[in-house]
Ligand binder design. Structure first.
Ligand code: ZN
Ligand code: ZN
Ligand code: ZN
Length: 538
C-alpha cells in the first residue's frame, strides 16, 4: 500500500512538474515595429491577430530600448539575453575591429560552413560573437537539452541571435530565396527544409503581385500613395500600387520579396512547417520557437512610416499572425502555448516629410561626419588620425598618435571640441567619460549600456533630435530618441493575465520575465529586472 501511495505521489509530482511550463514558447520579433502601429491601424485590424493578443493578453504600452545604437542585431540580442550591448557584445550589425582594421559582421564565423552548397558566404554564420547566454540557452539547460529550440528569420541575425548558443537550429534566407543553416547547428539540412526550399513557395507571391489588401479609403491613416518621401521598389517601378512583382523579379531576383509584406508570409509558412515536422509543442517537454519578421523593416526603410505601403504591410501581418495563432490553437492547443511579441527597435519619420510640415529638421549628408573629421585632423595635425567612423563611434589611430609624440587625451579633447561645434551634434563623450558614467546623464546612460570597452570607439556622438543621416526617401533608426526606442510588447497565452500597463519598462526585462514564467535560471548577463505586472495576483 505504501509503495502504491509513494508511486502515486511520485507520478503526481512528475505530472505536475511537467505542467509547470507551456508546451511551446513562441517569441515573435517584428523588425522596426513602432508601438504607434498598434494604435494607428487599429480600426483596420482583424479581431484575430494583434487585437487577439491585446484583448486576451497583456499589453505593455511603454516599453523602451535603453542603449544605442538601436539596430537589428543589438535589438534581437538584447531581447533574448536580457542585457545590453555593453554586456552581450553585439554592439552593432557590424563594427570596426581595431586589431584587423576591418569591419566585422555580427554573426560572421569563419570556423563554420554553410550546409547548402553555393551559399558559402551567407552560410558561414553562428552566434559566436554573442557573449552572454540567451533565455533560449538557459531554457535548453533547464530541460537538459530535451526541449527543442529553433530560430528563424529572413535575416541571418534575426534567426541566429535569438536562438542562442545551444539551439537545435537557426534558419535564414539567402538572396536566392532558400532557407539555410550552418555546420554550427548540424551536419546536414533537415529534409523538411530541403523539401520546403525545393517548393519555391515565394513564387506564388511574386506571380500574384502586390496590390492593396482593402479598398483605398481604408488607408486614410496614411499619406497619398505616390508621395516624395518614398523610395522605389526595384529599379524602375514608381512607389505606387499595384506593384508588378514579376517584372521586378525579372530585373532584380527574389530579393524583392523581402521588401513586400509577403516576405513575412513566406517565413510564416516555414514556421508552421517547423511546428509540424519538428513536432514542436507536442510532448511534455517545452519547445521554443523564435520567429523574426523582417519585411516590416525593409518596407519601412524604403517607404517610410507614413506610407500606404507600411500600412498595408501591417494589415497583412495582422492576418499572418492571426492564421499563425489559429495554427497553434489546432496543433498545440489553446492553453498550451505562450507568445510574446516585440520589436528590435522602432524608426524615425522621414525628415523631408517633417520639413514640409514646417518642422525645421536637417538631413545630414552621408559621410559628412567622416569627411569633416578627416579634414579637421589634416588641418590640425597634418595627418589623418581617424581610423574609422561608424555606429556613431570615432576610432582614433592610437599607434600613430603615440608615434607622433601626441597626447591621446588632448587629441580626444580637440576632436570633441571640433565635433561639438557641428550643428547636428548634441553630445560627444570620450571613452573615459563613458566608462565613468554615474547614471545621472540621460544620453550618457544610453551610450554606457551600448558600449563595449574593448570593441567600441574613442569618442561617441549623440546627434540632436531632428537630425538624420543621409535620408532622402524612406527612413532609418539607430538613435536614443523615443521614435527609435519605443516599441510594443505583448504577452499572450499560458498563465498570462489579461491587462495592460503604462509604466515605463525596458527591453532587458523580457528575458528575465520569461525565466520567472518558465521557472528557469536568468540569462547570465541580465540585471534581473522582471515585468512584475504579469505576476500580480488578482
Ligand atoms: Zn531591425
Ligand atoms: Zn506609395
Ligand atoms: Zn532597419
Amino acid at each position: 500500500m505504501r509503495k502504491i501511495i509513494l508511486f502515486l505521489v511520485c507520478a503526481f509530482a512528475i505530472q505536475s512538474q511537467a505542467q509547470q511550463r507551456p508546451k511551446l514558447v513562441v517569441g515573435i520579433v517584428v523588425d522596426q515595429m513602432k508601438l504607434e502601429y498598434l494604435y494607428r491601424f487599429s480600426d483596420d485590424y482583424s479581431n484575430r491577430g494583434f487585437k487577439r493578443l491585446m484583448d486576451k493578453g497583456f499589453t505593455f504600452h511603454n516599453m523602451n530600448y535603453n542603449y544605442v545604437p538601436t539596430y537589428t542585431a543589438p535589438g534581437h540580442a538584447s531581447i533574448y539575453t536580457g542585457t545590453t550591448p555593453a554586456v552581450h557584445g553585439i554592439i552593432g550589425n557590424d563594427w570596426y575591429v581595431r586589431s584587423t582594421g576591418k569591419n566585422m559582421y555580427c554573426t560572421d564565423d569563419s570556423s563554420v560552413t554553410t550546409l547548402v552548397p553555393g551559399t558559402e558566404k551567407e552560410g558561414a554564420m553562428s552566434p559566436k560573437n554573442l557573449l552572454s547566454t540567451t533565455i533560449t540557452d538557459e531554457f535548453q539547460m533547464a530541460t537538459n537539452f530535451k526541449g527543442k529550440v529553433i530560430g528563424m528569420s529572413i535575416k541571418d541575425r534575426g534567426a541566429i541571435l535569438p536562438a542562442g548558443h545551444f539551439a537545435n537550429w537557426a534558419f535564414w534566407c539567402t538572396k536566392s530565396g532558400a532557407f539555410i543553416s550552418s555546420s554550427f547547428y548540424g551536419d546536414k539540412m533537415p529534409d523538411w527544409v530541403t523539401q520546403f526550399n525545393s517548393e519555391k513557395n515565394y513564387m506564388k507571391y511574386i506571380d500574384k503581385g502586390w496590390s492593396l489588401l482593402k479598398p483605398v479609403d481604408t488607408y486614410n491613416e496614411s499619406i497619398a500613395d505616390n508621395n516624395p518621401y518614398e523610395g522605389k521598389l526595384g529599379k524602375t517601378e514608381p512607389p505606387v500600387f499595384p506593384y508588378n512583382l514579376s517584372k521586378i523579379y525579372k530585373e532584380s531576383g527574389m530579393e524583392v520579396l523581402k521588401s513586400t509584406p509577403f516576405g513575412n508570409d513566406f517565413l510564416a509558412e516555414l514556421a508552421m512547417r517547423a511546428i509540424d515536422k519538428e513536432e514542436l509543442g507536442k510532448d511534455n517537454v517545452t519547445d521554443f520557437l523564435a520567429v523574426s519578421f523582417s519585411s516590416t523593416d525593409y518596407v519601412g526603410h524604403n517607404f517610410g512610416p507614413r506610407s500606404m505601403e507600411i500600412q498595408d504591410t501591417y494589415l497583412r501581418l495582422d492576418l499572418t499572425i492571426a492564421d499563425f495563432l489559429e495554427y497553434l490553437d489546432a496543433k498545440v492547443g489553446k492553453d498550451n502555448y505562450l507568445v510574446f511579441l516585440t520589436a528590435d527597435h522602432a524608426v524615425a519619420e522621414n525628415p523631408k516629410y517633417l520639413q514640409d510640415h514646417k518642422y525645421d529638421v536637417t538631413n545630414i549628408p552621408s559621410k559628412e561626419t567622416s569627411t569633416s573629421l578627416n579634414k579637421f585632423s589634416m588641418d590640425t595635425y597634418g595627418v589623418n588620425l581617424v581610423l574609422n567612423y561608424s555606429n556613431f563611434n570615432v576610432f582614433l589611430n592610437r599607434e600613430l598618435i603615440k608615434e607622433k609624440g601626441l597626447d591621446l587625451a588632448k587629441v580626444k579633447e580637440s576632436f570633441k571640441d571640433f565635433l561639438m561645434k557641428q550643428v547636428y551634434v548634441k553630445r560627444v563623450y570620450t571613452q573615459e567619460e563613458i566608462l565613468g558614467a554615474t547614471g545621472q546623464d540621460y544620453y550618457l546612460n544610453f551610450i554606457f549600456k551600448g558600449y563595449d570597452a574593448k570593441e567600441s570607439g574613442d569618442l561617441v556622438i549623440v546627434q540632436g533630435v531632428g537630425y538624420l543621416e543621409s535620408i532622402e526617401t524612406g527612413t532609418t533608426h539607430g538613435t536614443p530618441n523615443s521614435y527609435d526606442t519605443n516599441v510594443p510588447l505583448l504577452f499572450y497565452g499560458w498563465h498570462v493575465p489579461v491587462g495592460e500597463s503604462y509604466k515605463k519598462e525596458y527591453i532587458t526585462e523580457i528575458a528575465p520575465t520569461l525565466s520567472k514564467m518558465l521557472k528557469i535560471t536568468f540569462p547570465n548577463g541580465t540585471e534581473c529586472e522582471v515585468l512584475e505586472e504579469l505576476f500580480e495576483k488578482k
